[in-house]
Ligand binder design. Structure first.
Ligand code: 4NP
Length: 146
């Protein structure tokens, strides 16, 4: 799960997807394309919206996406077009780039929609992000669990 800062959207996506997978045969992680917040906990507003739905993401730590991630992960879900561009810039070949997709293209509509960046807005933005990610992760988990 990849966003810009790895403190708002992608830690939420990580927590939500982990909670929906059946067993321990999956490794779910998140990262940011930027290094602004490396080592930091998720934004308090992400921690709070997760907690409202029974998820504890407070011990996650921000890290920056790196080229090696293409070797470790089968699926790389990005939140918006800017993340998509920045991750694809690091792809070494088509095997790498084929792993990358907009997470909201997991929804049936597949309209290249973005998970909006909630950082500069209010709490309601985090609620919207939670709902979008919960829907998308339901689809991802259904595929992976089957
Ligand atoms: P995220 O949100 O990419 O969902 O973690 C942001 C976090 C920090 C900043 C921007 C977006 N920032 O500019 O510091």
């Amino acid at each position: 799960m990849v966003c810009l800062g790895n403190i708002c959207r992608s830690p939420l996506a990580e927590g939500i997807l982990k909670s929906k997978l059946n067993d321990h045969s999956f490794y779910v992680d998140s990262a940011g394309t930027a290094n602004y917040h490396v080592g930091n906990k998720p934004d308090i507003r992400s921690i709070e919206v997760a907690s409202k739905y029974g998820l504890n993401i407070s011990s996650l730590k921000s890290r920056q996406f790196k080229v090696k991630d293409f070797d470790f992960f089968d699926f790389i879900y990005v939140m918006d077009h800017s993340n998509l561009k920045n991750v694809l810039k690091l792809a070494r070949n088509s095997d790498d780039s084929n792993k990358v997709s907009l997470i909201l293209n997991e929804l049936t509509t597949k309209e290249n929609l973005e998970v909006p960046d909630p950082y500069y807005g209010g709490d309601e933005g985090f609620q919207t992000v939670y709902k979008l990610l919960d829907d998308a992760c339901n689809t991802i988990a259904r595929k992976l669990n089957s």
